[in-house]
Ligand binder design. Structure first.
Ligand code: ZN
Ligand code: ZN
Length: 258
């Protein structure tokens, strides 16, 4: 087993009253990563090279913007990121500009000739090139990458403690399970790290926990919808008042909803 330095934050997360202890960990990590991005990271040239390449995902662009302080660092990050990405797009276009101009005047016959000769059309090549650049750009996020690296170690610690600490195992089995993204992460890590026998033991705890708690969540959402039926106007909301907010986090992982 690897050295586990995350025992304390993971154990703390399992003390929380929440739908997914790993979401609790991730929210803390994201908070720290957002602060770092607009603070200490500004002084690290290597990190700036990374954000120039990757940028952020939709959610983290928004989170950084909503940290009202530190508008200048955010401006500086966006400035150099856009400078680099705009250049890549412009270079891809300029590299084929002349051929594209010629192709734009081609007739159907020229296109047929290229097709018969197995020659790719410049417009197709450029489109594929640009889609490659944009797909990479939209798939990358400096904060997601940073957080995911640590989340892997947190999830690894959950599995480690499950086998090592009987109390932790009882707490996990008595808890509310995990959100879908962290359920997937735990399955993947268990698959990679556990022996066949331990994997079966792990699944025999994880699956009943998930089935029960995903079912509970759906029951709450179902009851929420039933409360809009006039026949239930005096009925008890039970646990369904905040069912939608809990359900979408159970389905999608940490998000900023109340
Ligand atoms: Zn989660
Ligand atoms: Zn992100």
């Amino acid at each position: 087993m690897k050295e586990h330095i995350y025992t304390i934050p993971v154990t703390e997360a399992f003390e929380q009253e929440c739908e997914c202890p790993l979401c609790f960990c991730q929210r803390n990590l994201e908070g720290d990563a957002l602060e770092y991005e607009l603070g200490a990271a500004m002084m690290e040239p290597d990190h700036r090279i990374g954000t120039n390449q990757s940028g952020f995902c939709t959610r983290h662009y928004e989170n950084l913007y909503n940290m009202q302080k530190n508008r200048l660092p955010y401006g500086l990050i966006l400035d150099t990121h856009m400078e680099e990405q705009n250049r890549l797009i412009a270079e891809a276009y300029r590299a084929v500009g002349d051929r594209l101009a010629k192709e734009s005047m081609d007739g159907l016959l020229d296109a047929m000739k290229d097709k018969l000769a197995g020659r790719k059309r410049t417009a197709d090549l450029l489109t594929a090139d640009l889609l490659g650049i944009l797909t990479r750009l939209l798939g990358d996020c400096a904060i997601c990458t940073r957080v995911a690296n640590t989340m892997n170690q947190f999830a690894d610690t959950v599995i480690y403690l499950f086998f090592r600490e009987p109390d932790f195992r009882l707490k996990l089995e008595a808890g509310k399970g995990f959100c879908i993204p962290h359920f997937k992460l735990l399955l993947e890590l268990g698959d990679e790290t556990l022996s066949v026998q331990k994997k079966a033991m792990w699944l025999r705890s994880l699956l009943p926990l998930q089935i029960e708690n995903l079912g509970r969540m759906q029951t709450d959402v179902h009851w929420f919808t039933q409360m809009f039926d006039h026949r239930n106007k005096d009925a008890d909301w039970k646990n369904s008042r905040d069912a939608l907010a809990r359900a979408i986090q159970k389905l999608g992982g940490p998000m900023d909803v109340d």
